[in-house]
Design a protein around this ligand. Structure first.
Ligand code: HEC
Length: 241
């Protein structure tokens, strides 16, 4: 699924038109092969709309032995160096932020040890940090998602049985990624608009129902709220929703 997310993000970035926000990045093969860039870059692009193209010998930014230490794996410390500019600056700030560090530490390589974002001080909790406003997220979830999903006790009777409850989805190991990208996952694209991210519905395919309209900040708030709810206990008998 990640592949398709990357492809779709590339399309968004392309659609952004003339003032495309992007830069190129060089990364050593040893780092690329771990898969961490495929994990980090789409998440950064989703938050900021800045696209990063990984190319051999790129000059605007590079991971390597020089620059600011950003993450480590075992004894190896990776550094990031860059030319000045708002987009490369934004990426470095993100790598050093709580959200960026959480995203680095959330990555599970196919082989080998996990990465640590804690290159200077104490090891941080590996739980992804959720920067959204969970209270706001609860309101938004009930208003925007509650017609179909059971969000919590308050809308248990009004949701549609065929949609999984938020508590059930919270129990998936990749719940955070699914919520951050829900607008790319069926059935939502047909009726969801994310401000400054999605294209308008095509004329011949208007939304079949009252559309969901959200911003990236609102998706962050919803994700923070979902992070705060207890996962459904999958060991318990299945409840009729
Ligand atoms: C019109 C009904 C409807 C609305 C409104 C809706 N959803 Fe869904 N959603 C569904 C259905 C149906 C599924 C199950 C899809 C499946 O099983 O393939 C689903 C699945 C999901 C999934 C899991 C997707 C996956 O493939 O892993 C997430 C995450 C999700 N919804 C989040 C949201 C959020 C967040 C909102 C509100 C902003 C929302 N949904 C609003 C119907 C809806």
């Amino acid at each position: 699924m990640l592949k398709s997310v990357i492809a779709i993000l590339a399309v968004f970035a392309g659609a952004a038109g003339a003032q495309e926000k992007s830069f190129d990045l060089h990364a050593p093969d040893a780092l690329t092969q771990t898969g961490i860039l495929k994990h980090l870059l789409p998440r950064f692009s989703l938050k900021t709309g800045i696209r990063i193209t990984v190319t051999e010998g790129a000059t605007q930014a590079r991971f390597g032995a020089d620059g600011v230490p950003v993450f480590s794996r075992g004894d190896e410390v990776w550094h990031f160096s860059k030319t000045d500019g708002p987009h490369t600056d934004a990426f470095l700030d993100w790598l050093l932020s709580d959200v960026g560090k959480g995203t680095i530490e959330q990555f599970r390589p196919a082989e080998g040890a996990v990465f640590s974002a804690d290159v200077t001080a104490q090891v941080q909790a590996t739980v992804a940090s959720l920067s959204g406003d969970a209270k706001l997220g609860e309101k938004l979830s009930l208003a925007q998602c509650g017609r179909c999903h059971v969000i919590n006790e308050t809308n248990r009777m009004n949701a549609i049985g065929s949609s999984p409850s938020f508590a059930l989805m919270r129990s998936f190991p990749d719940w955070q990624e699914r919520f951050e990208t829900f607008f790319l996952l069926r059935p939502h694209p047909a009726f969801t608009q994310v401000a400054e991210v999605t294209d308008p519905f095509p004329d011949h395919l208007p939304s079949p129902i009252a559309p969901i309209e959200v911003t990236l900040e609102e998706i962050e708030a919803i994700t923070a709220y979902v992070g705060s709810i207890a996962p459904a206990d999958l060991g318990a008998p299945i409840q009729v929703q």
